[in-house]
Design a protein around this ligand. Structure first.
Ligand SMILES: Cc1cc2nc3c(=O)[nH]c(=O)nc-3n(C[C@H](O)[C@H](O)[C@H](O)COP(=O)(O)OP(=O)(O)OC[C@H]3O[C@@H](n4cnc5c(N)ncnc54)[C@H](O)[C@@H]3O)c2cc1C
Length: 804
């Protein structure tokens, strides 16, 4: 064997050792033995000598601890310290908020599938289900979204009253304070169902239950504050809003200029210590009707009345909206979806210190409170809203594509339309899977900040894509607004979901991987903390084992990335079999590739990653797609592996994996060092990237949306379903059920028509025995529905004139 072949063989053996991670001594032993065989077997001395030196260095690195600490770990630690990004306090607090959950498995390069299978998807509690089937169902039946959005530009007074009376504003408030004490699953289910009927109603019910006074009080309020406010909020006696954003402080909310100066003042006829506030807020949901404002501001104590520093940091207090100096009531109009939203201005407003959430202990803790509540809430509200919208598209745009015919066929039978329908169905399956898996984590007490950021970004973004596809399928019937339109308002509202709770560009580019890398990486955060240790010896002691473990982890992932890439995941050991097992293997492949790419990127780009947002965004995309893929696998198993859902499972997973592969490929293509990018691409994709769903898969998914069936019911579970043929969705619901029978009758009838039947076609056809009475009835009913379904609204010109 010539030397080149020996070197290739040695490299392969080294990669297998890195893949298997047998431990320090066996690793050095196997490599030494392999080198010995190669040397004796004819490896040229020119190669053998440097390789033996390399082997000695490697063996010393693993075994000569003092030498390693002095000559390897110490310089690496010094380099590490130079590379450490300088974090602002707000960034550090955001990074440390919440917990780390399933995302760490994806970062490990070898996800523990049995752990995932152990997450059991529990059904709703009896009282939660009863609330959905009772008050939510009844409220949905009463909601007339066209009236709300076009005529009244608000919910009708009786709906507001129902929201208060039935406890919609206190879903999460514990029962001891008069709330419902619901789980996050139930909260999500309520928002999803309302959103399928009226986004205005959904947002109105959602906001008091997400980041705002209720949640802040629940977690951080003093006992007195909880006892006073929580029952009032639960009853809807107080309507809350949360005011953080202002003209200067949008995405960079921590830079808010609103100031509260500590001073003495009059409150309830007493002279008390308090704050004098000046603030300007905008975009605040429920502000025009709120009675209680959760206000974020910067606290200053220039006269030292509290003792200590002048700048006391971001603080949140509860401000009754009728406090003198507060101006609110004006409304913004967010893209014609008229949930209450508007500015709030405060001039010379005096608030006693006891209004600060958490009392004096809450001073300066506002940012931490907000980030912590946000890292939970953003995994619930907007994902529920977006999934509800996607389910409406599945059920009703699917039905529309069956009923609407052109060129003599339902439009849903054309391949081009099927492509859009498949994306609607497949993405909805991914979204609901991720929603359910995340709710499981949240209900189990996790606060996975990275996962909830993934959910916020990915589900609102996929929701937007689903709506865009649905609009294309609906075409004119999607564009013409009116009571018959089922998609237009969703099309209008999606940019709102994209913007709030961390606008999507920011969330994708800065948060998912920017914070996720440090939180979810098995070693990074500990290394950073060790490097920040002021005691140099102690820092070295802490850093050394981490460095060793990190190096083994990185080499292991490089080797796994290569071997799994070569086999397209086939050699990964996974518990599943059949489709499930094969997909687990492919996720394991990309997980190893991701973990390796993340490490190399952090090494190459280091602290500059904050500036190279797009590299960070692509790594975040890979992590997000792998999370969604795990959720899809989990969902399929939780649903009992229904065979009908296989097309959805395959489409959803192939799509996630292809997107993850594309994101990695784009990362490598944009690497600061191009040669390194090419090398990495060759290493993890030696046989090419994963492929997305093909035309046949698209067809299978589209077919599921076109006709009633269990898969379609599961895919759209949890939305409001009308059977009232006076309503657009009710007509589609019934027409979808009649479509196949009506088509058969029509076919039979066409034969009759060809035989010369003309006037009263149905009667003649019946008389001639071409169709029976039942078929005639179905056809008559179907054709009446069809006429209504393809009709769009037209208005008297004067009625479209808006008031001043
Ligand atoms: C309908 C609606 C309801 C809202 N409700 C509330 C509420 O109840 N309470 C409240 O306090 N706030 C609320 N907001 C505010 C919302 O959270 C902010 O709008 C949001 O934070 C974005 O701020 P901005 O619109 O000023 O955008 P900007 O901050 O001006 O951002 C503009 C664009 O730049 C991007 N961007 C900014 N910085 C970066 C960066 N470093 N890297 C990459 N991209 C970046 C953003 O992603 C965005 O796409 C609401 C907003 C809307 C529209």
């Amino acid at each position: 064997m010539n030397s080149l072949l020996w070197i290739v063989a040695l490299l392969l053996i080294a990669s297998v050792v890195a893949y298997r991670q047998p431990g320090r001594t066996p690793a050095a032993g196997v490599l030494g033995a392999a080198l010995l065989v190669a040397t004796l077997g004819g490896l040229s001395l020119w190669f053998a000598l440097p390789l033996w030196l390399l082997w000695v260095a490697f063996a010393m690195l693993l075994h000569a601890d003092d030498w390693r600490r002095q000559y390897v770990t110490k310089p690496v630690l010094a380099f590490y310290r130079r590379q450490l990004p300088v974090l602002s306090d707000t960034e550090r607090e955001a990074m440390e908020a919440g917990s780390v959950w399933w995302e760490r498995e994806l970062f490990s390069g070898q996800p523990d599938w049995e752990r995932l299978e152990g997450f059991a998807d529990r059904p709703l509690r009896e009282d939660e289900q009863a609330f959905l089937d009772g008050p939510v169902e009844r409220l949905c039946a009463r909601l007339d979204d066209w009236r709300i959005t076009h005529v009244d530009a608000d919910l009708p007074p009786d709906v507001w009253q129902t929201l208060r009376d039935e406890g919609f504003f206190g879903l999460l408030i514990p029962t001891e304070y008069g709330g419902k004490g619901f789980s996050h699953r139930a909260h999500s289910a309520v928002v999803m169902k309302l959103a399928s009927r009226s986004v205005t109603a959904a947002i109105t019910a959602m906001v008091p239950n997400s980041l705002g006074p209720g949640e802040l009080l629940r977690h951080y309020g003093t006992d007195a504050q909880k006892e006073h406010y929580l029952p009032r909020l639960a009853r809807g006696q107080d309507v809350p809003c949360f005011a953080l954003t202002g003209p200067q402080a949008g995405s960079d909310a921590g830079a808010l200029p609103d100031i509260g100066v500590v001073c003495r003042g009059q409150h309830d006829g007493r002279d008390v210590l308090g704050v004098r506030l000046t603030f300007e807020k905008r975009y605040i949901t429920l502000a025009p009707v709120a009675t209680l404002i959760g206000l974020a501001f910067r606290l200053r104590d220039p006269d030292g009345l509290l003792g200590g520093d002048v700048e006391r940091g971001i603080t949140v207090l509860l401000l009754p909206a009728d406090t003198p100096g507060v101006e609110r009531g004006r409304r913004h109009l967010p893209l014609d979806v008229p949930f209450q939203n508007g500015p709030i201005v405060g001039r010379d407003v005096f608030a006693p210190l006891e209004w600060i959430i958490g009392g004096e202990a809450g001073i300066g803790r506002g940012w931490q409170m907000l980030v912590s509540c946000l890292s939970e809430g953003r995994g619930i509200s907007l994902p529920a809203l977006s999934t509800g919208v996607a389910k409406v598209a599945v059920r009703y745009t699917g039905a529309y594509a069956r009923v609407r015919e052109q060129f003599g066929l339902p439009i849903g039978r054309f391949e081009g339309v099927q492509e859009a329908l498949a994306r609607i169905g497949g993405r909805c399956y991914q979204m609901d899977a991720a929603r359910r898996l995340t709710l499981h984590g949240l209900d189990a007490g996790e606060k996975p900040a990275v996962v909830t950021a993934i959910l916020k970004y990915q589900l609102t973004e996929r929701g937007r894509q689903v709506v865009n596809d649905a609009m294309d399928v609906q075409a004119g019937s999607g564009v013409m607004l009116g009571p018959r339109n089922i998609m237009g308002r969703y099309y209008q509202v999606m940019p709102v979901a994209i913007t709030v709770e961390g606008a999507n560009i920011l969330t994708r580019n800065l948060i998912v991987f920017g914070q996720g890398a440090v939180r979810a990486h098995p070693y990074l955060l500990d290394e950073m903390l060790a490097a920040q240790d002021d005691d140099a010896e102690q820092a070295l002691d802490r850093f050394d084992p981490l460095l060793l473990a990190h190096a083994a982890y990185a080499l292991g992932n490089a080797a796994r990335g290569f071997w799994l890439g070569l086999s397209r995941g086939r050699i990964a050991q996974v518990p599943g079999d059949g489709d499930i097992g094969r997909y687990q293997q492919r996720v394991a492949w990309l997980s190893a590739a991701f973990a390796f790419a993340a490490d190399v990127t952090l090494l190459v780009v280091g602290g500059d990653l904050k500036r190279r947002e797009r590299l960070s965004a692509r790594l975040g995309d890979v992590l997000s797609e792998l999370y969604l893929a795990s959720a899809v696998l989990w969902r399929y198993e939780q649903d009992g592996q229904p065979t009908d859902d296989l097309p959805l499972l395959r489409w959803a997973l192939d799509d996630c994996l292809a997107r993850a592969g594309d994101a990695l490929d784009a990362l490598f293509a944009n690497y600061p060092k191009r040669w390194l990018g090419r090398l990495l691409r060759g290493l993890v994709f030696p046989t090419g990237r994963p492929r997305g769903p093909d035309d046949e898969q698209d067809r299978h998914v589209a077919e599921l949306l076109l006709a009633p069936g269990d898969a379609r019911d599961r895919l759209s579970a949890g939305i409001y379903r009308s059977r009232d043929t006076a309503e657009a969705t009710g007509r589609l619901e019934i027409a979808a059920e009649l479509a196949d029978a009506a088509t058969q009758a029509r076919r039979a009838l066409r034969g009759a028509l060809a035989a010369g039947a003309d006037e009263d076609v149905l009667a003649q056809a019946q008389a001639a025995g071409v169709i029976d009475a039942k078929q005639a009835d179905v056809l008559a009913q179907y054709e009446a529905l069809e006429r209504e379904i393809i009709a769009v609204d037209a208005f008297a010109a004067a009625s479209l004139k808006r008031g001043a």
